[in-house]
Design a protein around this ligand. Structure first.
Ligand SMILES: [Zn+2]
Length: 709
């Protein structure tokens, strides 16, 4: 049903049925499909016969033939992305490694699943598998209550032999250890709890059961299952087995024991502290790690195909769809359990998200390209060509879940020419902007003198924000006058007024009107007065993402300036309100064709200061403005680069700053929040030969002088 929403044309297409043998050709076919109408690589669903047993049982979803178990498409993913995703071969290998790890996992899982289905360890009383029939036929009737210990032991030994033989033949059967089944042995309990085996039905265990059920049975994490011999067919026991199986817990054949043994078992567990399950977290972690790898694998495949959105619908089945060039195509189907774990893992992997995944709420999150997935211990990162992913989690009626992941590409051609990157911001700074755009509420303030390019930065950032949100956000701007067009934004004009005072009044009027117009985000050209500042903060306080500019000399100085204007302290101390503080300058870029190495002009005063501050290596890594050439109209410089210090403050930083401990605040920002001052950013550009030492000193002071604040 939900599925059909995305197949309005009724032409559900599976782009590549046999992904298992996916080779370069397959990938190629895929890209052909995105580019145009070619359907040669596609399966016309109507012509695909769905095998009666292999297809989906549900009537609503018959149109897609069953795909091989999920990650079998991977081989094509890794070959397909060689040029776009991985730069180095080492990475490719790493990916392949991840990938094969992945498929192993799933294979293991799916075969375990099959074994689960085929081997009714649920209860032999219900349906004895063939192997056990064999055992039972060749032994005195298995009625443990009348069986002698020796007989029981013999029977169970034979079971082990048979199961091992089955295993050798490649039939699904879990290896079984020869357990100590002498329940009266003094070492029985100790052995039972060996190797971290825990009783999961004990109080505090991972499978809580009622006390009266506990008197009848006990299940251990290694699958050993004890049942009170006089309650073999009790409804509670059978019901428990059913539940355990449904939860895919490992559960072995019941071992029938006297009731006092069960009681003693639980007492032993309680006394020896074995009741509390320790494995569970580890198990969950492994599960999460596996799902995170699936997450990365799918994203990598999508990124290689330059997919704009990945849609995941979790209903009776999980459907993963890619939107490529505006067209939605079904990429894979998998079961519901997988989908739910996937959604949870996706949420947990994000950098910025509401604290917990709540499946019945609308939630947003984002994942940055440069940081590893949360909880992956630094191992899993997004493909290189991704700047980040914006995730939107939506509930739909009837327990369906719907997740949209918008992939944001670093080399987005539409943004390189007109985006922030073109202004010269580094990846690190782009990440900061990205994080700030993702903040649902709060205020970000860009400072700088006139001509520092702050308005351009602001405008391009807002364009990027609208793009990332697919123009589904209400961005209202109030500028006097609107400097640049921002497609998709509502740019409210400020009524012309000739006197400065009237101008401010009109500006405030427009701003209050903007706030009443149900914006999601608000861009205020510049805050010059207290009334404008108050309205900006009102916007941030009432749940909007607010952006503005201000005249201030540095990022920390922004707060002082606002305080001087009359903004209350409590607003300036709150990191939920103050999201970002930026200071920006434009530096002239050296012409790469005629710049000269600094080593050629060691006697220039600025180079001498450079040497004093950074030694010979500093001089050797720097360039100076040359005489000029045809490439730079004989000026020696060409174009400008935006250099910015960006603070994403926390409470400590704001507190120090508001207490007037500017030096401490800045040190804290640099050391604890990993900050980089304007000078540090400028120096990093200088050592890459993009700007020269004179330009750095022009904006940040002499290099042999330490400046703080
Ligand atoms: Zn030149």
């Amino acid at each position: 049903m939900a599925f059909q929403i995305f197949n309005k044309g009724g032409s559900a297409r599976v782009s590549d049925k046999k992904r298992g043998n996916g080779d370069a050709q397959h990938t190629h076919q895929n890209s052909e499909v995105q580019a145009g109408e070619t359907t040669s690589g596609l399966l016309d669903v109507s012509s695909v016969k769905v095998p009666e047993t292999g297809g989906f049982k549900e009537e609503e979803l018959p149109s897609i033939p069953k795909l091989p178990p999920f990650p079998s498409f991977i081989s094509s993913a890794s070959s397909g992305q060689s040029d776009t995703v991985s730069g180095a071969t080492g990475e490719k290998d790493e990916l392949r490694e991840k990938v094969s790890e992945n498929s192993e996992n799933v294979d293991a899982e799916s075969s375990a699943e099959e074994a689960d289905n085929r081997q009714p360890h649920l209860s032999d009383a219900v349906s004895p598998p063939r192997a056990l029939n064999f055992v039972n036929k060749n032994l005195p009737k298995a009625d443990p209550s009348s069986e002698t210990d020796k007989e029981l032991q013999k029977r169970q030994e034979l079971q082990t032999v048979v199961q091992e033989a089955l295993l050798k033949n490649g039939k699904p059967a879990k290896p079984k250890l020869a357990y100590n089944t002498d329940y009266t042995s003094p070492t029985f309990f100790k052995e039972l709890f060996d190797n971290g085996n825990v009783c999961i039905t004990a109080p505090g265990g991972s499978l809580p059961i009622k006390e009266d059920t506990r008197q009848l049975l006990a299940l251990f994490s290694n699958g050993r299952f004890f049942v009170c011999e006089t309650y073999k067919f009790d409804g509670k026991v059978l019901g428990f087995e059913y539940l355990a199986k449904k939860r895919r817990l490992q559960i072995g054949k019941p071992e029938y024991v006297p009731m006092q043994t069960l009681r003693a078992l639980y007492e032993y567990a309680a006394q020896n502290g074995y009741a509390v399950e320790t494995d569970k977290n580890e198990e969950q972690e492994q599960e999460q790690a596996r799902m995170q790898r699936d997450f990365i694998t799918i994203v990598a495949r999508a990124a290689a195909m330059h997919v704009s959105d990945i849609h995941i619908v979790v209903a009776e089945h999980t459907t993963v769809m890619f939107r490529v060039n505006g067209l939605m195509q079904t990429e894979m189907e998998y079961n519901k359990d997988w989908g739910e774990s996937f959604v949870r893992a996706a949420f947990a992997s994000a950098d910025i998200s509401d604290s917990n995944y709540a499946q019945n709420e609308y939630q947003a999150a984002q994942k940055l390209g440069r940081t590893p997935l949360r909880g992956s211990h630094g191992k899993l990162v997004l493909p290189r060509n991704l700047l980040g992913i914006r995730l939107q989690f939506n509930p739909i009626a009837f327990g369906t879940r719907y997740v949209i992941m918008r992939l944001l590409y670093a080399e987005d051609s539409s943004s390189t020419a007109t985006g922030l990157e073109a202004l010269g911001f580094t990846e690190r700074e782009m990440d900061f902007f990205y994080q700030l755009r993702g903040a649902p509420t709060g205020i970000t303030i860009i400072s700088g003198p006139t001509g520092s390019g702050k308005s351009t930065t602001l405008q391009r950032n807002m364009i990027q924000m609208l793009k990332e949100r697919n123009y589904e956000t209400n961005l209202i701007t109030v500028e006097d006058p609107p400097e640049y067009p921002i497609p998709g934004a509502r740019q409210m004009p400020v009524t012309n007024a000739s006197i400065e005072e009237a101008k401010e009044r009109e500006f405030t009027k427009a701003l209050s009107a903007a706030l009443r117009s149900d914006p999601d985000s608000l861009m205020i050209g510049e805050v010059r007065t207290l009334s404008a500042a108050d309205l900006a903060f009102r916007g941030a306080l009432s749940g909007h993402n607010v952006w503005t500019t201000l005249h201030a000399n540095s990022a920390p100085a922004i707060l002082m300036r606002l305080k001087d204007l009359g903004v209350e302290d409590f607003k300036l101390r709150d990191p939920e309100i103050i999201k970002g503080l930026l200071a920006q300058r434009l530096f002239r870029k050296l012409c790469p064709y005629c710049r000269v190495p600094a080593t050629q002009r060691l006697n220039t005063p600025s180079v001498m200061r450079l040497r004093e501050a950074f030694g010979d290596i500093g001089v050797e890594s720097s360039f100076l403005r040359g005489k000029g050439c045809k490439h730079c109209d004989f000026r020696g410089v060409k174009g400008r680069i935006a250099v910015a210090e960006i603070i994403l403050p926390d409470a400590t930083f704001l507190d120090l700053l508001m207490k007037g401990e500017t030096k401490k605040a800045i040190n804290y920002w640099i050391n604890d929040l990993n900050g980089m001052t304007l000078r540090e950013v400028a120096l990093s550009h200088m050592f890459r030969g993009i700007i020269d030492v004179d330009e750095v000193e022009r904006w940040t002071g002499f290099l042999n002088q330490v400046i703080v604040g």
